[in-house]
Design a protein around this ligand. Structure first.
Ligand code: PA5
Ligand code: MN
Length: 189
């Protein structure tokens, strides 16, 4: 039997921490190439390399049937009209799906099917769970005024593959239009 520390973890949405897990910080400089308006990005970065989000991941086991979960805490803000976002990734084991549970704040997820490029924007907020199918790139945006917090549960062997998104970015982006999030093609920008 696993130890109690592996069976029971404590997560804290206010700090982004999980007991027994390290906290990874992503700052504005880590998101180079993600935002469409590079001039505003560079100007904002020159004014300060602010913290965009933190992720803590808890993984009690690494066997075929094991599960991990991550706690994300994403700050509110925009670069031009594009909301603060996570880097976004595919799973290294492409078939691995994931479920995101919204805890607090107002967010959306951008889901992009790898094979077709088909994209969808799905709300992520308290009491809502977003199913991310396998073979689907996913990115989270904070579209509100307070930190967005959420938990993602995924197979231990999913792995995070950032490479293809870092190279091509997502086909679509989420911008503010008349006070509301809207998904548009990046090429339309
Ligand atoms: O595993 C997940 O999908 C999440 O916990 C993400 O890691 C989290 O949202 C941060 O995003 P990214 O890993 O794309 O930087
Ligand atoms: Mn994931």
């Amino acid at each position: 039997m696993l130890t109690l520390e592996k069976l029971l973890s404590q997560y804290n949405p206010s700090t982004g921490e999980i007991s027994g897990a390290s906290l990874v910080e992503q700052h504005l400089s880590d998101l180079k190439g993600c935002f469409a308006d590079t001039a505003v990005y560079e100007r904002t970065l020159a004014a300060g390399n602010s913290l965009l989000y933190t992720v803590a991941a808890f993984g009690p086991g690494s066997g075929d049937g094991d599960l991990h979960y991550g706690l994300g805490r994403l700050m509110p803000g925009r670069i031009g009209d594009e909301y603060f976002m996570t880097k976004g990734h595919l799973h290294a084991w492409r078939e691995a799906a994931e479920i995101y549970f919204g805890l607090s704040g107002e967010g959306v997820m951008l889901l992009q099917e790898e094979a077709t490029g088909e994209s969808r924007m799905v709300p992520l907020k308290a009491n809502g769970a977003v199913y991310v199918p396998g073979c689907t790139a996913h990115r989270t945006m904070n579209v509100g005024n307070v930190p967005l917090t959420y938990i993602g549960v995924y197979p231990a062997k999913a792995g995070h593959d950032y490479g293809s998104i870092a190279k091509t970015n997502f086909r679509c982006m989420v911008v503010e239009r008349n006070g509301k999030p809207a998904m548009i093609e990046r090429s339309q920008k």
